[in-house]
Ligand binder design. Sequence first.
Ligand code: AMP
Ligand code: MG
Length: 321
Amino acid sequence: MTTALTHAHTASASPAAIAEGGHLLRDGRLVAFPTETVYGLGGDATNDRAVAAIFEAKGRPSFNPLIVHVADAADIEALVMVDDRARAVIARFWPGPLTLVLPRANNSPVSLLASAGLDTIAVRMPDHPIARALIRAAARPIAAPSANRSGAVSPTLAEHVAESLGARVGLILDGGPCRVGVESTVLDLSGERPALLRPGGVPVEALEQALGATLIRPTDHADAPKSPGMLASHYAPSVAVRLNATHAAPGEALLALGPTEGTLNLSPSGDLEEAAANLFAMLRALDRPEFTGIAIMPIPEHGLGLAINDRLRRAAAPRPA
Ligand code: AMP
Ligand code: MG
């Protein structure tokens, strides 16, 4: 089976292949699938390890929040808090290239790594029968960025995915060329005023008409960095973070890596994928007033360590009071 190690298994999207994809996703494996925008690299959005595997496969040097895909609009109710504005645009534009950023629901099963530690989650219902059949077969929300290595162009054909990701993906469902080829519009409805985070397949004017409101635009953000749309674009603990620590100072919590005792341990075996999977949940668990700060042991600068360190450096950077 050496070919299985070097070549991704591409299958035309028959019912049997979609069922296989559903099994793989439930097992925590990655499946690439067509949407109306581009091919997505899907993993179980409720499984931290599967989401870590997405970042590993893409080779991204940073964690950015992923879009969580659902088969039916009603499926977002368990994941995020849905208000009347969200219902209005969903009724008009779903399924389609519109992503909504909404507050995380209490007890949302979505991995904190999928939302890069944020209190909001981006959700979308793709307008593609294969995508929705796969998500239904998996019977869970699917986190999916574009199915290419970091820095490469977004794939609009199954062959592009195979070239870019190869054996990093368990299965590639071939649905032919993608129709839109443009990314989804990202609309932030987590704040008081709706904000456009990224222009895309659904025009801004149509959204403004459906909402009866003017959107805060990305250009407004540069002038007013504290506008609601920019709130918490990066997660950082409220207590101080100290990097490259060998041990905790009195009052500090120690976030360990490797075979050391810590207040918590990202991965006792030093596995960086396990560490990534645990990162945001453990930072949050240690972000408590009884600690004066969080001391974090050194993380190796390779593989997912690059993305972990990128996030930790931001968390440790001085911030405005
Ligand atoms: P893509 O990499 O094409 O899947 O795009 C995902 C887009 O959604 C990026 O622009 C992300 O920054 C944005 N996004 C995803 N989740 C969130 C979130 N919780 N808050 C703000 N933006 C988000
Ligand atoms: Mg991309």
